[in-house]
Design a protein around this ligand. Structure first.
Ligand code: SF4
Ligand code: SF4
Ligand code: FES
Length: 351
């Protein structure tokens, strides 16, 4: 550990005129020249109001100018400062240092996951942008002329995509996505949240094509529903919820052939029949009876371990009629609900 010179302190005191504290950070360094990683630990004096980003700035200013990380707005708006803090992605500028100092805890700061590291805490965002581009992140009104005047969206239509519109493209969700870790080609939570931003836009006329593409390989059904993206998103976008909405829209458009879609359908049908999931139907109905035969040895292993319920007497909820009533109510509502459309400004003027 290296002692910090206090040249920075005067500036900090002048700028913030506040109480100071000593913060210790353990930082993963990556040297692209030697291709070697190491951890460095620094202690810096910062205001009690300092964020993790302020502490990194203090380290860079007073101790090691070669430390590399991204930043810009310092107010959770630009999305530049995503990094792992104690193993989970977060915005450094939105994470206060004080709680760690008070707990006597040395945080470990490392680069985001699922993206190649360029230097220290800087990752290559090229694969991230490639996926955002792949979902056509712009309005497509191909069936209608683009109006000269503002195309207003009713507040209730705006609400439908409000959360997804909050995305600042920081990559924190991507960093912690389990599915991307096993399949780097999976579109991933940020791109899929962006996709819903346009699928749900009542001015867009490309819905069916968008959903068809999203139902392809590496698309929505490859999400493992781990919910880490929701947990890590600093802006409340809830990408997993956006993926669920894309699934629901896909069902409405009749895209149900993907194994993931069939898997989801077994859950829905099972709950209708018995109020619970019928595990023994899950595999054959998802991958088809022929493919399921290959899994018989594994199924026998599970059965020996007492993990396969009796298929002839599946468990059933006590008040299954109530479940069925709810199920039918939801189905009726979904069938009756037409996709809302924003009125074209020309139509409004003519009307
Ligand atoms: S819920 Fe899906 S998209 Fe979100 S992190 Fe998990 S696997 Fe990735
Ligand atoms: S969805 Fe959230 S975590 Fe993911 S890129 Fe957008 S703002 Fe960042
Ligand atoms: S510096 Fe802009 S989001 Fe943190």
């Amino acid at each position: 550990m290296t002692e910090i010179k206090n040249a920075h302190l005067t500036t900090l005191k002048g700028a913030y005129d506040t109480e100071l504290m000593e913060a210790t950070l353990r930082i993963r360094r990556w040297d692209p020249d030697t291709q070697r990683a190491r951890f460095d630990t620094f202690t810096v004096t910062v205001p009690v109001t300092a964020s993790v980003l302020d502490a990194l700035d203090a380290i860079k200013d007073t101790h090691d100018g070669t430390l590399a990380y991204r930043k810009s707005c310092r107010m959770a708006v630009c999305g530049s400062c995503g990094m792992r803090i104690d193993g989970g992605a977060a915005l450094a500028c939105k994470t206060p240092m004080k709680k760690f100092v008070d707990a006597g805890h040395t945080i470990t700061v490392s680069p985001m996951g699922n993206l190649p590291v360029i230097k220290d805490l800087v990752v290559d965002m090229a694969p991230f942008w490639e996926k955002i581009r792949a979902v056509k992140p712009y309005l497509d009104t191909k069936d209608e002329e683009v109006p000269d005047t503002e195309w207003r969206v009713a507040p209730e239509h705006g609400d439908m995509i409000h959360k997804e519109s909050l995305c600042i493209l920081c990559g924190c969700c991507v960093s912690e996505c389990n599915s991307m870790e096993s399949d780097p080609d999976f579109l991933g939570p940020a791109a899929l949240a962006k996709a819903y931003r346009f699928v749900g836009d009542t001015r867009d006329t490309d819905t069916r094509e968008r959903l068809r593409d999203l139902n392809g390989a590496h698309g929505i059904w490859d999400c493992t529903r781990c919910y880490f993206c929701n947990q890590r998103c600093p802006k409340g976008v809830d990408p997993r919820d956006a993926i669920a909405k894309l699934g629901a829209e896909s069902f409405k458009e009749g895209f149900v052939r993907d194994e993931g879609a069939r898997h989801a359908k077994v859950f829905v049908d099972s709950t209708f029949k018995g109020g619970y999931l019928r595990e023994t139907e899950l595999v054959p109905k998802t991958i088809g009876p022929v493919n399921a035969v290959k899994d018989i040895p594994f199924a026998l292993q599970l059965a020996r371990a007492g993990k396969v319920p009796n298929p002839l007497s599946p468990h059933k909820a006590k008040d299954n009629d109530e479940v069925k009533r709810l199920w039918k109510l939801l189905e009726k509502e979904a069938k009756g609900a037409e996709r809302p459309r924003a009125q074209h400004p020309d139509a409004v003027r003519e009307g």
